[in-house]
Design a protein around this ligand. Structure first.
Ligand SMILES: [Mn+2]
Length: 320
């Protein structure tokens, strides 16, 4: 396990007592942590799916911006990020994709079984398959809910027998890891999704809230509506939230594998992450497909970092 250096050389040294930054608060041992951050720096799944590679650089870039943020969530919150114990345990060691996936699944399973809330940084969207598998193992025999916020449905079959960045949700449902009625997709866009895939998802008993539906409802409300529907009102059911940054419009998130001219606003993505943090269901968040080589002024990595901060603020203010 490699613990990523938070670019200490370039970090501006704020006065730590009155103006602390998250870099000063984040631990590297998960033992006492409430929340654990983990990187899965992969590109191979995106390459197999014909996308623009670069997501393997995302965990490092997102961490750099995350470390520079302050723990102060604003006057609207009672608790701030410094009330949580957060550990960053670094990245899964780079190697062949299946080996990385296995390591990510095993680690996630252990962290979830130990009661941690996990934030995983992709990598391509292929990582959600092993991560959700690990999540499922970690919670034991319980059912769980899975929500994917994405411009695409990612239910393509394997290519040449191989898993790729567009097939995570097909595999998770086909292998019975998540039950169709416990799965929802939010943000699907017209003209980038096959009708057959749309119908396949509905045939599984899963829900789809299109980009138009979710925008009309306002994204955080769409999330809460889906969460209630897939957990069937079971207040104890754990939920895994996967967030593909390509659901945000390219002017707000240019640095992704598959940029979209239409999409959610940065503000909506942020508000969704706060809502997910506040939800007592959500035990795991992944943010995938950020691609620093295609970014503009770090816009996309900075948004991912703000989303993580928003999620953490939500967790800090959760009613238990
Ligand atoms: Mn995706």
């Amino acid at each position: 396990m490699r613990v990523t250096n938070y670019c200490r050389g370039t970090h501006f040294h704020f006065e730590k007592v009155n103006d602390p930054r998250l870099i000063d608060l984040i631990l590297h041992s998960p033992a006492v942590a409430d929340v654990v951050i983990l990187g899965v720096p992969t590109d191979e799944g995106i390459r197999r799916n014909g996308g623009r590679v670069g997501a393997s650089q995302a965990p490092g870039a997102i961490r750099e911006w995350l470390g520079k943020l302050t723990p102060f969530a604003g006057p609207q919150f009672k608790h701030h990020i410094d009330s949580l114990r957060i550990a960053d345990i670094g990245d899964i060691e780079q190697g062949d994709l299946e080996t990385m996936h296995d390591a990510a699944a095993k680690l996630t399973s252990e962290l979830i079984a130990a009661g941690k809330i996990v934030i995983a940084l992709g990598g391509g969207h292929d990582v959600t398959y092993p991560l959700a598998k690990g999540f499922s193992n970690g919670i034991g025999s319980k059912e769980f809910g899975l929500i994917n916020v994405d411009a695409h449905l990612d239910v393509r079959p394997k290519k040449d027998g191989m898993h790729h960045s567009g097939s995570s949700f097909r595999l998770l449902i086909d292998e019975g890891i998540v039950k169709g009625p416990h799965f929802a997709e939010i943000g699907m866009q017209s003209f980038v999704t096959a009708q057959e895939h749309f119908e396949w998802v509905l045939q599984q008993g899963s829900r789809i809230l299109t980009f138009e539906d979710a925008t009309t409802a306002h994204l955080p409300n769409a999330f809460e509506e889906c969460e209630f529907a897939i957990t069937h009102g079971d207040s104890d059911m754990p939920v895994y939230l996967s967030f593909d940054m390509d659901c945000v419009r390219a002017s707000d998130a240019p640095g992704v594998s598959a940029p979209a001219p239409i999409g959610f606003l940065a503000e909506e993505a942020y508000e969704l992450s706060v809502a997910a943090g506040l939800s007592k269901h959500v035990r795991m968040l992944d943010i995938v497909e950020v691609s620093p080589p295609h970014d503009v002024d770090g816009r996309t990595s900075r948004l991912a970092a703000r989303m993580i901060a928003g999620f953490l603020a939500g967790v800090a203010n959760r009613e238990v």
